[in-house]
Design a protein around this ligand. Structure first.
Ligand code: CS2
Ligand code: MG
Length: 402
């Protein structure tokens, strides 16, 4: 089954997406998400100028071999651009294999391990009252798990708040927005939010929160301890995770479950975290961690160490990624939860798909392959426009993680 064509499709139905489309001599094609929010064109060039010429003529069924060839053959290993490009090729090949076998990809991965995939949505508000109302809206939609992000008194903006309720897209066209941050104000604001949410919604609703890489280990330990009475499902990205060892300090002080990894590109970014049980959920995702082939290896390591999956699923991960993630989630044994930030209607029209949400769970559907497509004619009506994620500075002007 030789690859005869591979094209990179860039479009912007509501936000920028990069999609790789690989076609074989049999006319079967597969799709892979190659979107890297705020740095999309770097992956476009990596694929178009360096990877696509290597794909033509190769056997589309040799998925593992091609993964290793692209990973080891680049010499310069790892990094978000490389791993996103390899991930797009990998997912497109799994899509092709499923279509050739006339099977949904989850069956190729070992079949279903559960009836449906538990997902969480994103409730946000500028005040605790608004956020509480937003959580109630998500419960009414059927969600069993809700991430809550609320404004911080004294700060004009903060991560995860604003730009609508059902849809949160942080990237904006034009130059990067510059936000102002105060860890002290944030650490004061979060515990009362979850005290209110737990008091309002009772013990059964899964509540999650994303600290978005902004704390030091001891600050993260304090927040985790302060949140223990409210029994979160997880506290996410408490510290920038380049230094995996920093989680040892956090772990000593709190039993609040920890999730990390949406920015990870390979098993090497999380091997110590998993091996030393420093986290409870690994957030690595199909699009940025080398595709299904590599994500399975991360999940297998995690399974041995009691760590569950919690794949990233924000709006900047396209419906192609969401479809692939749901096939993975349905099959992987140590599944935890899947993030499901809904896309806009215009995005969904460009990427028709079979996955469905019902009663707090999702299912990838039974269509052969991933069960997602791209309407290239419609996509062409939404041209790319450079957009940036916000940047962040402390109140004294020091640059800080956004
Ligand atoms: C966030 C994302 O979904 C999450 O947990 O961390 O919204 C993240 O900010 C974006 O994916 C960045 O592009
Ligand atoms: Mg996050």
């Amino acid at each position: 089954m030789k690859i005869t064509d591979a094209r990179v499709i860039v479009c912007s139905p509501g936000r920028n997406f990069v999609t790789l489309k690989i076609t074989t001599e049999d006319g079967i094609y597969g799709l892979g998400d190659a979107t890297l929010n705020g740095r999309e064109l770097a992956v476009v060039s990596y694929l178009r100028d360096h990877v696509v010429p290597l794909l033509i003529g190769r056997d589309a069924r040799r998925i593992e071999d091609l993964w290793q060839y692209l990973y080891k053959g680049a010499y310069w290993r790892r990094g978000p651009v490389t791993m996103t490009a390899i991930g797009a090729v990998d997912v497109a090949l799994w899509d092709i294999l499923g279509k050739a076998a006339n099977m949904p990809v989850y069956r190729l991965l070992g079949g279903a391990s559960r009836e449906g995939v538990l997902v969480y949505g994103h409730a946000n508000g500028t005040t605790i009252d608004e956020t509480t109302d937003a959580v109630a809206d998500y419960i009414r939609l059927g969600y069993r798990a809700v991430r809550a992000q609320s404004g911080v008194p004294g700060l004009t903006t903060t991560y995860g708040v604003g730009r609508g309720t059902m849809y949160y897209e942080p990237a904006q066209k034009g130059m990067p927005e510059e936000a102002t941050w105060s860890t002290e104000r944030y650490l004061t604001a979060v515990p009362p939010l979850f005290a209110r949410l737990r008091e309002t919604f009772g013990p059964d609703l899964h509540l999650l929160h994303d600290a978005h890489h902004r704390l030091t280990p001891i600050e993260a330990a304090r927040l985790g301890k302060d949140l223990e009475p409210h029994r979160l499902f997880w506290l996410e990205d408490v510290v920038p995770a380049e230094l995996q060892e920093s989680f040892r300090l956090i772990r000593q002080h709190t039993t609040t479950p920890l999730a990390v990894g949406e920015v990870f590109g390979s098993i090497h970014d999380c091997e110590l975290l998993i091996r030393e049980h420093l986290i409870d959920y690994i957030r690595a995702t199909v699009v940025h961690a080398g595709g299904l082939t590599h994500l399975r290896k991360i999940a297998n390591l995690a399974e041995i160490h009691h760590v569950r999956t919690g794949c990233h699923g924000a709006t900047d991960l396209s419906p192609v990624c969401m479809a692939a993630a749901l096939h993975f989630d349905l099959s992987v044994h140590n599944f935890g939860i899947q993030e499901y930030m809904r896309h806009t209607d215009e995005t969904d029209r460009v990427f028709p798909h079979h996955y469905r949400f019902e009663d707090g769970l999702m299912h990838p559907g039974e269509a052969p392959g991933l069960g997602v497509d791209i309407d290239e004619i419609l996509a062409a009506k939404y041209p790319y426009e450079r957009a940036y994620l916000p940047t962040n500075r402390k109140e004294d002007g020091t640059v800080h993680s956004w």
